[in-house]
Write a protein that binds this ligand. Structure first.
Ligand SMILES: NC(=O)c1ccc[n+]([C@@H]2O[C@H](COP(=O)([O-])OP(=O)(O)OC[C@H]3O[C@@H](n4cnc5c(N)ncnc54)[C@H](OP(=O)(O)O)[C@@H]3O)[C@@H](O)[C@H]2O)c1
Length: 267
């Protein structure tokens, strides 16, 4: 039985966009990561390249790279768009060195391949991932933004052992996909329990209570092995850990959540 919290730290914690609060200072980023590692939250996701650079600096400052399980996606810096959040790029052979350099490490624990519809290119990315696993530069590979049809890529010789998708009370379209993935023995990671925090504002009630209910809905789902949350304040780490301790939703809380979903509609 794994007694680690079902919580991972999202990389949007390290950037200003896509969240509720202003960007955390470097000192605050170090406190957030230290609070996570101290409490068994070792999976740290990095989506955009800016997040890899930020996490690399934090882990170097803390001297705790080996305690972290780094997850990294194929979003890369593009010329002339250094300050932008640019979309995913198909992995090519040179990308692993770029990512390792940005993270200041010599291996990535989970390399995430953002799924797409180009079968030839996706198969090439899977081959690259297998090669990088054999070389030891990545420990395992995952498919991100997974859709049901993407599970067709997970064959016996596939490097994929984990899948990720946004999954929260307002966005449940990944449910069937996650159910199938579990039957295939894949680790399932749900992202965005608070819909970037924006849903907490839209609900318009006690934010802490809303966050508590939304996180417990996702984390206590039998389909979910880990929930990735971005936190720009170190105190959210203790708050969210306390939330997980409270267990599954009561009937009353579940009814309250459904009333929010009915009022605001599903995403
Ligand atoms: N959503 C996607 O499509 C997607 C895609 C790829 C990867 N990811 C990964 O998933 C991670 C999480 O997703 P997300 O950032 O979209 O959304 P999220 O984790 O649902 O929401 C993050 C927001 O929730 C707030 N928050 C955290 N704990 C809270 C609490 N206890 N009470 C009140 N507010 C709280 C944070 O506020 P502060 O700003 O105050 O900290 C932050 O603004 C990302 O960082 C990324 O690593 C997501």
């Amino acid at each position: 039985m794994n007694d680690k919290p079902k919580l991972g730290l999202g990389g949007h914690s390290f950037i200003e966009a896509l969240g509720n609060d202003p960007v955390a200072s470097f000192e605050e980023q170090c406190s957030i990561v230290a609070a996570c590692l101290d409490n068994g939250i070792d999976v740290i996701d990095t989506t955009y390249y800016q997040e890899r650079v930020a996490l690399g600096k934090v882990l170097k400052q803390l001297g705790r790279r080996n305690e972290a399980h780094i997850q990294a996606w194929n979003f890369f810096q593009q010329l002339g768009k250094e300050n932008d959040l640019v979309g995913p790029t198909t992995y090519e052979a040179h990308h692993i060195d770029v990512m390792l350099e940005e993270l200041g490490t010599n291996y990535i624990d989970t390399l995430v391949i953002h799924t797409h519809d180009d079968e030839v290119k996706l198969n090439m990315e899977l081959e690259l991932a297998s090669r990088w696993i054999a070389e030891g530069t990545i420990k395992r590979a995952a498919l991100g933004m997974l859709r049901l049809k993407d599970l067709g890529y997970v064959k016996s010789d596939s490097p994929i052992s984990c899948v990720l998708a946004p999954y929260n009370a307002f966005r449940r379209d990944a449910e069937d996909t996650f159910r199938k993935a579990k039957t295939m023995g894949l680790e399932v990671i749900a992202m965005s329990p608070f819909v970037r925090g924006w849903k907490l504002d839209e609900i318009g009630e006690d934010k802490l209570k809303a966050a508590d209910i939304l996180l417990r809905w996702a984390a206590h789902s039998e389909l979910v092995d880990l929930v990735i949350v971005s936190m720009r304040k170190s105190e959210w780490v203790a708050t969210n850990l306390d939330t997980l301790q409270r267990g599954a939703l009561s009937r009353e809380e579940a009814d309250q959540l459904e009333s929010w979903v009915q009022r605001l509609g599903k995403d």
